[in-house]
Design a protein around this ligand. Structure first.
Ligand code: MTE
Ligand code: MO
Length: 326
């Protein structure tokens, strides 16, 4: 398994859906008829999952270009599974709750505030963010701490591109992400004992790593609400909970910021949470994972160090004791 084989389609030639499919076909991500059906179904699905009218741009096609940082050689998880097997505790604790409930999220207008250790605080509308850089197709393996995994064709650009626009001060050592929170909208959030809003964070070098994706879509379209519309972060070498959804605030900070799961159960969820088959969760092994959507006998597989992204990220942790900084 490797990433980064150079593209054979020049990105300048890319037009949205046709090129997207072409790239999918060429890369032979879609190895069977079922998965091919998932792409064709995507537009349809979004219309069904998300109440039309409520969320203006859900399911809108995004113009994308090929990315050399895409993961190759993996069968994509179906759109159906990606949008019906979610963790989004603001909308309930069951895997199928976000698909049922996240239609309540008001994704337009949407503003992302940038604050903290920056030359001056900024605010970006979702349209500003969508226009900032060309959107890329980036397939990533995703590994939830609960041992399920998926392969998701995200759409976005490296978070570092936004950071460059924000002029962080030298004292900015970490980035904190805060998710949208309104307990009247997200009334299911009371089902868990999380301190809202959902908060996550990365060390500055992790945030600047090109793999860290500011994410606006999947399967070539805007994000369904249950996957964190209209904008989220995706950090593919870390357990899923590091990838905060529906972000409204990006805060540059000097000290390691408080993070939701680390606050809840510090002995179970560390700040780093790099995917690591050699460091077990206190209540279960992390050596193996179950790929969602595959036939039962093909589901279980070995979990890879850094989720298979070691070539791109391992150097950031050189000399760190990963048993201690889990
Ligand atoms: N705001 C918010 N972000 C969140 C979560 C959440 O409950 N609330 N769950 C996290 C967890 S545990 C995972 S595995 C991923 C799941 O993303 P997906 O549903 O798009 O696959 O979102 C992460 N981001
Ligand atoms: Mo997760």
């Amino acid at each position: 398994m490797h990433i980064g084989k150079p593209p054979d389609i020049p990105s300048s030639e890319i037009t949205p859906q046709s090129a997207y499919r072409q790239f999918m076909n060429r890369r032979r991500f879609l190895r069977n008829a079922l998965a091919t059906g998932a792409v064709a179904l995507a537009a349809d699905r979004v219309a069904q999952v998300i109440e039309p009218g409520r969320v203006a741009l859900a399911g809108t096609k995004l113009q994308t270009v090929y990315s050399p940082l895409t993961t190759t050689g993996e069968q994509l998880t179906s759109y159906e599974d990606i949008t019906h097997y979610n963790n989004f505790y603001e909308f309930g604790v069951e895997k199928d709750d976000p698909a049922k409930n996240a239609g309540a999220l008001p994704t337009r207008p949407w503003t992302v505030k940038v604050e903290g250790k920056v030359a001056k605080p900024l605010a970006f509308s979702i349209d500003d963010l969508l226009k900032l850089r060309p959107l890329e197709d980036r397939v990533y393996r995703m590994r939830c701490v609960e041992a399920w995994s998926m392969v998701i064709p995200w759409v976005g650009y490296s978070f570092s591109e936004l950071v460059k626009q924000c002029n962080p001060l030298p004292s900015a050592k970490y980035v904190q992400f805060l998710s949208y929170y309104d307990r009247h909208v997200e009334k299911w959030s009371d089902e868990s004992t999380i301190y809202w809003p959902y908060s996550e964070g990365l060390r500055m070098d992790e945030a600047m790593n090109p793999l860290t994706l500011l994410t606006f879509g999947l399967y070539g379209e805007t994000l369904p609400n249950q996957d964190g519309a209209p904008v989220r972060i995706v950090v593919p070498w870390k357990y899923g909970f590091k990838s905060a959804k529906s972000i409204v605030t990006i805060r540059f900070v000097e000290k390691q910021p408080p993070t939701t799961w680390n606050d809840m159960a510090p002995n179970e969820y560390g700040f780093y949470s790099n995917v690591n088959p050699n460091v077990d969760h206190p209540r279960w092994s992390q050596k193996r994972e179950r790929r969602v959507g595959l036939p039962f006998y093909e589901q279980w597989r070995a979990t890879l160090m850094f989720n298979g992204y070691g070539d791109q990220v391992a150097s950031m942790y050189q000399g760190m004791n990963l048993h201690r900084y889990y």
